[in-house]
Design a protein around this ligand. Structure first.
Ligand SMILES: Nc1ncnc2c1ncn2[C@@H]1O[C@H](COP(=O)(O)OP(=O)(O)OP(=O)(O)O)[C@@H](O)[C@H]1O
Length: 271
């Protein structure tokens, strides 16, 4: 018997516009606890605006958004703080503070929510988060400018995980990484989801990520989420954009990569 899924993010009737430009209209989306949901759509379809609406950084014209069952729009600061504590965000490009070290960046959200925390404990938590994201321990005292692109993403992820969130927002985390770096970041995301029981809202253009780690994919087009499901379910829908996206040359390459990875795993299991 199918169990009822626990909805962690619910968006209903969302409308966002900038001047005459309507970005979203009547957009609905549910995200379930524990899943990695990929959010895809052409450039400018409003993926980042959707994320900003969910986390309360963008006040929509219309609609309702709840996270953990609590509305996020128009909340008092103290109420919003209690919700914000429970999620972590990796913005596009990492958005690290360039004048702070990696460890100090990780400490920013901890200090914001727990200003009286013992500095020794603060340092310990930051060091732990740095190592947890696969960075070497000596990355903590480094400044963002001293890091590679992949390391910056990991540092941004360490900061997003600073408060042990239940929900993680990732806005194009593998953009700008080479395929090996991107695959390693995907693996890290998946393993964190498993070990921490995270729910992950992943905006991406990276088809390899969708195939490798997403449980479901939501497709933004025509100002709405036009479909949401597993990749196989989406392909079966026979929608021209979805068809082109998943069955075009990049989609076929992503399938080939996934099959090759499956072969390697099978061989490893047989040995
Ligand atoms: N603060 C803003 N003021 C005016 N227009 C905005 C603002 N933020 C976003 N937009 C517009 O809203 C639309 C959707 O932007 P958004 O960044 O969400 O797209 P996206 O799907 O994330 O795109 P991409 O894949 O290129 O990152 C774009 O046309 C953008 O120019």
């Amino acid at each position: 018997m199918a169990t009822k899924k626990d909805v962690i993010i619910s968006v209903r009737g969302l409308k966002n516009s900038f001047g005459d430009q309507i970005v979203h209209e009547d957009l609905d989306l549910d995200v379930y606890r524990g899943e990695i949901i990929g959010v895809v759509g052409g450039s400018g379809t409003g993926k980042s605006v959707l994320m900003r609406s969910i986390i309360g950084l963008q006040t929509p014209d219309e609609g309702e958004v709840t996270v953990f069952g609590e509305p996020t729009i128009g909340r008092e600061e103290t109420e919003a703080t209690n919700i914000r504590k429970r999620w972590g965000i990796l913005f596009q490009g990492g958005a690290l503070f360039s004048t702070l070290t990696v460890a100090e960046n990780v400490e920013v959200p901890i200090k914001e929510f727990y200003p009286d925390l013992d500095p020794v404990l603060l340092d310990e938590i930051a060091s732990y988060k740095v190592v947890m994201t696969g960075l070497p321990p000596d990355a903590g005292p480094k400044y963002p400018a001293e890091l590679s692109g992949g390391m910056k993403k990991r540092a941004g992820l360490a900061r997003a995980l600073a408060l042990d969130p239940e929900l993680l927002f990732l806005d194009e985390p593998t953009a700008g990484l080479d395929p090996i770096g991107a695959a390693a970041f995907d693996e890290l995301t998946k393993s964190l989801q498993r070990t921490m029981g995270l729910t992950v809202f992943l905006i991406t253009h990276d088809l390899d990520s969708l195939y490798a780690i997403c449980d479901r994919v939501a497709v933004l087009a025509d100002k709405k989420v036009i479909a949401v499901g597993t990749i196989d379910e989406l392909i079966a829908l026979d929608h021209p954009w979805i068809e082109e996206y998943f069955k075009g040359p990049r989609g076929r390459a992503a399938i080939a990569t996934k099959e090759a990875q499956g072969d390697v795993l099978q061989q490893a299991g047989a040995e």
